[in-house]
Ligand binder design. Sequence first.
Ligand code: WT7
Length: 652
Amino acid sequence: MSEPTSMDSLLDDGRRFPPPPAFVATAVAPADIYERAQSDRLAFWADQSRELLHWHTPFTETLDFSGAPVARWFGDGELNVAYNCLDRHVEEGRGDRVALHFEGEPGDQRSITYAELTTEVKKAANVLSQLGVKAGDRVIIYLPLIPEAVVAMLAVARLGAIHSVVFGGFSAESLRARIDDAQATMVITADGGHRKGSVFPLKTAVDQAIADGATTVKNVLVVRRGGNDVEWTEGRDIWWHEQMDSASHEHTAEAFESENPLFILYTSGTTGKPKGILHTSGGYLTQAAFTHKNVFDLHAESDVYWCTADVGWITGHSYVVYGPLANGATQVIYEGTPDTPHPGRWWEIIEKYGVTIFYTAPTAIRTFMKLGREIPQKFDLSSLRLLGSVGEPINPEAWMWYREVIGGGVAPIVDTWWQTETGAIMISALPGITATKPGSAQVPIPGISIDVVDDSGAHVGRGAGGLLVVTEPWPSMLRGIWGDPERFKETYWSTFENVYFAGDGAQLDADNDVWLLGRVDDVMNVSGHRLSTMEIESALVAHPMTAEAAVVGANDDTTGQAVVAFVILKSRYVGSESDQELEKQLRTWVGEQIGPIAKPRTVFIVQELPKTRSGKIMRRLLRDIAEGREVGDTTTLTDTSVIRTINTSVND
Ligand code: WT7
C-alpha cells in the first residue's frame, strides 16, 4: 500500500459558500436531520425506509450484522424494487408525470411517463419470464443509454432476477469474462448505439463473446437502435421489439425478501480479475432513494434532474435508475457524447428541458473549462439550481468554474464521495444545510459513520491524513463479491478489524471536514472510471510481443489520471518496427482486451524496469517518469542504470 499524499494546505483557500436563503427556505432535508440520525442511527434508517419505500411485508428488524461482514438490512421485510420505482407512482396518481426525457445522439427524442414506463416494464417482465428468466437468474445487459436499458434493468428486478450491466464500451473479451463469472443465461443487447456521430456495433461483440457456444447464455435479446446489419443465430437470437409487440400488459409484481440480490456490477480491483460487486434490494433502495432526495434536494413535482452517467456504472444504477425512479423524479437521459454534434450539446439539453439539478464528473467539467466559457454562455442555464460532482476529487479551480459558469454563481455544489461497493452516496454536503468548501467532499451523510485512521487503525485527528474507513454497516453496502466470499473479506475487512476499508486516502481539516486524496492501492481513476493497473498489465503481457509490462496512473489535467505503460519487448521483436508503430499496436490491443477506456495514453518501450531487491516493480519511480519529474530516491534499486535506460527511452 502506498502512502496517501498529504496536502499540507489542502488547497483550502478559506472560501465558504453558505446555502442561499431561498434554497434553505424550501430545502427537503430538515435542519435537525443530523441530530435525528445521531440520536438513533438504526431507528433513523428504519424511518427513512418506511417513509421512502413501499413494503409488501413491513420489516420489524432493521439490521442484523451477526454474519459480519455480510449485513442483513430490514431482513424480515418483503418488497418489489420495480413496483417501488413504477406501479406505486401510477396507483398514487402520478402516472402522467414524465419519468424519462430521452434524447438520442442523432437528435431523436421520446418523453415517457411513469404510466408508460410501468407498462413497458410489465411487458418486458412477461417477455423475460416467457424466455425462462426467474428469480435468482443472472441477465447481462449490454446496451447504449436508451430507455430500453432502464426498462430491461427494471424488468429483471421485477422478476427478482439479478442484472449485471456491462458498459457498452467494454470489449467482447471483458463481456465474456463477466458472462462466465456470473453464469448468465441471457444477454440483452442492441444492434448498435450512437456515439460521436456514428453507430458502434454491440451485437457483434456479443456474438464474439459467445461464439464458441460453450457459455451459459441461452438467449440474446436484441433491441433495434443503430439500424446496422447484424448476424443472426436462429433459436438463440430474438428481436426485442417483436416480443414486446405481442407481450401482455398485465404483470403483477411479486414481493421478494429485502436481501434478495438485485444486481452484480463488475469493477476493477487490485488484481487482474474484476470483482462482481453484489447489491441486494431493501437496504440498497433505501439509501439510493434517501440520498437522491436529500443530497439533490429533490422536489419531485417540479424538478428536472439530469445525471450524465451511463447505466453501465454504479452512478447510473443508483442515480439514473433506482434513486430517481423510487422518488418519482422527472429526469433526462442522453445517449451520446457531450460534444456531438457540437461542443454545446449538454448545455443545449439543459436549456431545452429546463434542467434544475445536474450531476456530472470533474473530468467533464475540466474538459469544458478548456473549451472555454463562451460555449456554455451561449445557452440559458438559469433553470439550474443545484450541481453535483462525482467520481474523483474535484480541484477547487474546476469547482469554482462549475459554480460560476454553469451554476450562475448561486447554485450550491455537492461533491459526493462513494464507490461501487458503497452503493450510494456516503460523504457529501447537504445543500440546504452545509456551507460548501471548494475541493472538499466534507461530511458523512446522516446515518453514516466514517473515520480517517492511521496504519494502526487509530483516528488521526483534525488536520491529519490517513486512510478512509466506514465504521458502521450502512444500508446500501455491498453484500459480497459474487462467488468469492474470501476475496470480499480480504479486500475490505482485513486491513482493520470490523471496519470497512475503502482504499482511499483522506485528510481531515480543522473543521473536521473530509478531503479525499485518491486511491492508496493499485487502482487508477481515469475520467472517474476505475481501472486496475494489474488488469492492464495482464492484458499487455498477453500480447505475443511483450516480455514484461508495468502500468501506472499518471496525473492528467483533464482525466484526473491517465494510464501510462512501460513495456519490455521479447528480444526478437526489439527494433522490429518503429516504437510508434509498436505503441499503436499495444494500445489497440488493450482496447480490444478490456475496452477503449483502458487504452494507455502512452506506452514506453523500455529495456528494463526498476525493481526493488525483492523484485517488486517500483511504481513510484515510474510515476515520477510518467509525470516528467526527476526520479526520486533509488537507493533500494537493484540496478540504478535501469532508470537511465528508461529515461533515455522516454526522452527519445
Ligand atoms: C472511487 C470509486 C461513486 C461513483 C463513481 C465512481 C473515487 C468517487 C469521489 C469524490 C474523491 C471520489 C474514490 C473511490 N471517488 N467519488 N467525490 N471525491 N474521490 O465509482 O468506480 O466505484 O470508484 O472513486 O477513489 O474509491 P467507482
